[in-house]
Structures are given as C-alpha cells and as structure tokens.
Ligand binder design. Sequence first.
Ligand code: XUL
Ligand code: CO
Length: 438
Amino acid sequence: MYTYFPKMKPVLFEGPQSRNPLSFKWYDAEQKVAGRRMKEWLRFSIAYWHTFKGTGSDPFGAATLPRPWNAGHDPVTIAKNTLTAAFEFAEVLGVDYYCFHDRDIVAEGASLRESNRRIDQVVKRARQLQKETGVKLLWNTANLFSHPRYAHGASTNPDAHVFAYAGAQVKKMLEVAKELGAENYVFWGGREGYDTLLNTDMKREQDHLAAFLGMAVDYAKEIGFEGQFLIEPKPREPTKHQYDFDAATVIGFLTRHGLRKHFKLNIEANHATLAAHTFEHDLMVASMNGMLGSVDANQGDPLLGWDTDQFPSDLYGSTLAMYVILRQGGLGSGGLNFDAKVRRGSTDLEDLFLAHIGAMDTFARGLVVASKLHQDGVLESFIRNRYASFDAGLGARIEKGRVTLRDLEAHVLKQGEPKPTSGKQEMLENILNQYLLA
Ligand code: XUL
Ligand code: CO
C-alpha cells in the first residue's frame, strides 16, 4: 500500500485494445525489440522538478497543483516526504530512473553550509530508497538559475563571487552524483547567456564558462566520479542569447576550448524546436558527432513560442527520435528523461500517471516503428542511392580529397548539365505513414 498513492496499483501492459486508462497500450518493458528489451532501449526517467515540485503557477496565475508531499513547514521533512512519493511513483510506473536539481531534492537554506547540511540528510534517505527499490539516478545537476544571485548568470556572471557560488554548488552535486551512483551529470546553462551587448563582454563570459566546465571535469576525476558529463543546449529563455544555443553551437564551443572528449549532449525536444530545429535534427547533429548522450523527452506547442515542456504524444517525433537512437546503438549511460509537466488545469494526482503512461507509450511505439523502418532499411537504402554518385568515379575521388577545381571544371565541360533528380519527399512521407499506421 502506497502512502501517497493509496488507490494506485502497478501500471501494467494491457495492449492497444485495452480501455483501462491506467495501463500501457504499447510499452511492454520486457518485450524484445531489435535484440534488446524495451526498457533497455528506452531507459525512462522521471524529472523530479516538474513531477514532484511543479506547482502549476505561471506568470499570470498562482499554483494550482498542491501536492500532499509538499505540505508542511520543515524543509527536510518535506524533502523526505517527496522522496517517498517519488520512489512510490517510479514503482507504480515501473520506471527505473529519476533526475533532480540540488534545489528540487531539498529547498535551499540561508547559507551554503546550511543548504549542504540539508542535502546530506536527504541524500542519505535517497540512497536508502534507491537500494530498496532498485530505482537509479540517471543524472543530477545544480540549479544555477533560480536564486536572485544568478540574475546575471552563474559561471558567466560578471562577478567572480557569484562564479564561486556556482562552483561550490557544482562541487557538492558532483559529490552527490558519486554518492548516489549517478550515471550522468548535466549542465544546463540556465542563465549562461546575455540580454544586451551594451553591458556584456561575451568573449570573457564564454571563456569563464569553459574554465568552469574544466574545473568540474578535474573535480570529477579527483573524487572518482565516472558518470558521463552532459550539456543540454537551449537557444533562449531565460536569457535572450543563450551560449548553449543548440547542438552545433555546443559542439563548436567544446571543441574550441579543448573540452570535447569530456562531454556529450542531452538533447531536449522543446529546446530543439525553440532553436528552429526539429527534434530529430538536433539529435542527428549530436549523434553524427558521436556526442548524443541522453534525451529530455518532451514536446512544445507549435502555436506557442516558449518552452511549454509538454509530455510527448507526437508519434512522428518519437519515431524519428528513436530512429536516430537505434542507429547509434542506444543511448549508453543516457536515457529518456521526461522533462515535462502536466498542464496547470490537470489537477488530479492521477493526471501525473496518465501523462507518464502516454509519454512512455509514445516512445515505445516510436521504438517499434523505428526498428521496423531500420530493419527494412527503406530510408537507408533510399539515402544510400541518393548519394551513389559519390561511390565511384568523380564522386569517390572527391571524397578521397583527390580532386581540384580544375578537375571539376574539366568534368562539367565534358559532361554538360547535370540531370535533375527527385528528392521523393512525398513518397518517403507516405512510407513513413505506412509504417506508423501498420
Ligand atoms: C530547462 C530545462 C532544465 C534542464 C535541467 O529548460 O530543460 O530543466 O533539463 O536543468
Ligand atoms: Co531539460
């Protein structure tokens, strides 16, 4: 019997015909797909901040989602109650992972010392619950954006004292990562960016960000934390120009600062779309560079220009995402973290379960469709043929770096005008629909 969810029983796979809203229609954890169990491909994770700490407040209105575990006054008691709720929630859903920021697991105290003391008490309990339930920490991170001290950034703050505070928080969270066996550690540059060049030395700020990341790499090594470091790109919000704009920008930044080998990327769907990319675009940029480490699985609203963090329900998105993930052989130590919140009008406790069930089904279905597509090689063979002119002759010599502009000119003078070839986009979209609807 669960303390916070007394009416809930473990959610089970009942198949697509089931009319039970509290069942999985597609997610069958043990079902084998492309040689692995679904749960091994998908590695779902619950985002602590939205699911357990989200209040439903927005810039126009107050909290709508009072949760029983958040009631009371003593921050450590609330934090421990939240842990109980979180592990119960994970058990009901059969989710193996969770993720948190330092300030989600327990409220910040009046000083760093006090905050860290609170963290120690709560982490002790988390460790115990992890052991009892088998639920693991996919990643943790430091919240370097909510407190007023970070109004002008954390490691990119013009004040070195604020930089130091951010460093102290990351130091503590790396120790916690080690203590709880986190499989990854995330940096999302919440306010690492700027609003106006009138007051900003952009080069200096970016150099400071690189120095900060370097210190984290060094400290992880020193304490023996071996989880994967991840950077989560986002183009804007809260600042106008975020330094971690998108996958390509982050990869360029890491390469420029000699940090590339220490990091991979955590790609979030709604961040990709804010950067005017598709989800699969940013996944592919990360993947083709060997740097796709983990995913924040959510979706935005095409009519709203901000990070709405909705639970994923778009089968095109999940299919194309899983296609990239399958093709690179999985996410390694990463997973699919639902960085998503129920709408503020979704006020039943049950809605939290329904939202996760839908999201898990969306990705399970995406996995199955992607694996069929991949197995049949439809897109692969089309794409391979599309570039066939580079497999032999002139194209092959271009790829080998053996061709000059003079050679290209000679080729055209001899061969004349190239023949147009169709990209067959509509046909491929039809094929994708055939697989989705099969
Ligand atoms: C914010 C966001 C964060 C990160 C972790 O848009 O996605 O919650 O995932 O700091
Ligand atoms: Co995120």
